[in-house]
Design a protein around this ligand. Structure first.
Ligand code: COA
Length: 374
């Protein structure tokens, strides 16, 4: 048998070449298309980030205008899908609702089966446009409320908050959501991106590939961590209980949600940006608990390279925008769908099916034993 190098969890194993995102995990730096994340967060919009990732370059003014108009006009869902959303049991997790609805949407897209990359580009735009609508419609349907139709005069981020809450957000709230989406738009070869690329590499359709991304993002070790972080703050209850909580959790080898990262061995730059918003927005006790958790964790495990990741402060920000906790991961998906689509389109330009190997640990040359002789 061949002696392959093995890296559990594929750590440090490159799975593709890409020009989209670069992470310097030692220095805590993140770049989309070579531009630092701080610049995107300060100067750009989610719409521009999404199109830049899809095009793999900064768009012209006209390109962005056309893309933005396409997003605005593609937001709504077919009536049959809206009925399906209302029929879902209200206790369905919004990530499961999102996964099911995206899967269903394939049947309503005439281009879905096309292998043409331009068609897949157009499908990507429709998916990016529809994700916020699916999440907002489901959230209202499960609470027995009428849906709020998309408002084409609002930006992607502002319209999402509007459909969710039923009122137009303030400019500041819309900007905070916009930046949160920018920060989550892509992140190199993470589990959900890889999952969606594996499916796309079989030349399956865009919808199936994106469903794989949603499914992977749902797990608490990936996108589900932001939800778990806020639950942890609620469980801790007050600042004076932080140290005891962390000591007990670490003694039991439990992971503290919102900390640690496969690539970052220092402070996640996205967490730094979100922390500033959390500080400004959060008038509740969670921010104080978070700061104490951060200080104490860095003291205890910082030497191992464990620092806050993007999920640590995002929950506090969303909470102060009055967004329910189980919508935090769907918001991650609303942003990340652009990254998934961009990586898929990039990979398909020179596709090769993903087919890794496994190290066989069993025996060979055994013989079959009939069932009544075992
Ligand atoms: N809390 C406490 N200890 C942690 C930790 C955390 N959140 N994350 C990692 N560690 C410790 C591990 O216990 C291990 O310690 P050891 O070497 O003494 O055994 C070491 O750091 C390496 O951890 P490992 O689980 O092998 O890292 P990984 O690269 O496989 O996992 C994550 C990365 C993100 C899955 C992991 O850090 C984690 O589960 N974090 C919490 C979930 C989370 O916030 N996910 C969102 C990521 S953006």
């Amino acid at each position: 048998m061949k002696d392959y190098p093995f890296s559990k969890g594929l750590e440090d194993v490159p799975a593709a070449e890409s020009v989209l995102t670069y992470i310097d995990g030692q220095e805590g730096k993140l770049y989309y298309l070579g531009i630092p994340i701080e610049e995107w967060a300060e100067k750009s919009t989610y719409e521009e980030v999404a199109l830049s990732l899809l095009l793999r370059r900064l768009p012209t003014k006209d390109e962005l205008k056309v893309f933005d108009a396409a997003l605005r006009s593609s937001r709504d869902l077919p009536d049959e899908i809206i009925d399906f959303i209302y029929d879902l049991p209200p206790e369905t997790h919004p990530m499961s609702a999102l996964r099911s609805v995206v899967s269903l949407l394939e049947s309503y897209d005439e281009e879905a089966k096309s292998q043409d990359l331009d068609a897949k580009f157009r499908i990507s735009i429709r998916l990016i446009a529809k994700f916020p609508t699916i999440v907002a419609y489901f959230d209202r349907a499960r609470r027995d409320k009428d849906i709020v139709r998309p408002d084409p005069s609002l930006t992607h981020a502002a319209n999402f908050l509007y459909m969710l809450r039923g009122e137009v957000p303030t400019e500041y709230e819309a900007r905070v959501m916009d930046v949160a989406l920018i920060l989550h738009a892509d992140h190199e070869m993470n589990a959900s991106t890889f999952a969606s690329m594996v499916v796309a590499s079989t030349l399956s359709d865009m919808y199936s590939a994106i469903v794989a991304g949603i499914s992977a993002l749902k797990g608490p070790l990936h996108g589900g961590a932001n939800e778990a972080v806020l639950k942890m703050f609620k469980e801790i209850g007050s600042v004076d209980k932080v140290e005891k909580y962390i000591d007990e959790a670490l003694a039991q080898n439990k992971k503290i949600m919102g900390f640690g990262h496969r690539v970052y061995k220092t402070y996640d730059p996205r967490a730094r940006i979100l922390k500033k918003f959390a500080e400004k927005l959060a008038k509740n006790k969670y921010y104080k608990i978070a700061v104490k958790v951060e200080d104490y964790m860095i003291k205890k495990v910082g030497h191992k390279g464990i620092f806050p990741n993007v999920d640590f402060y995002s929950g506090i920000v969303y909470n102060s925008l009055k967004i329910r906790t189980d919508l935090f991961t769907p918001i991650f998906a609303i942003a990340r769908v652009a990254g998934w689509a961009a990586h898929i389109l990039e990979y398909l330009e020179d596709n090769r099916i993903f087919r890794p190997s496994a190290i066989y640990k069993g025996e060979i040359d055994k013989h079959y034993i009939p069932i009544d002789q075992r």
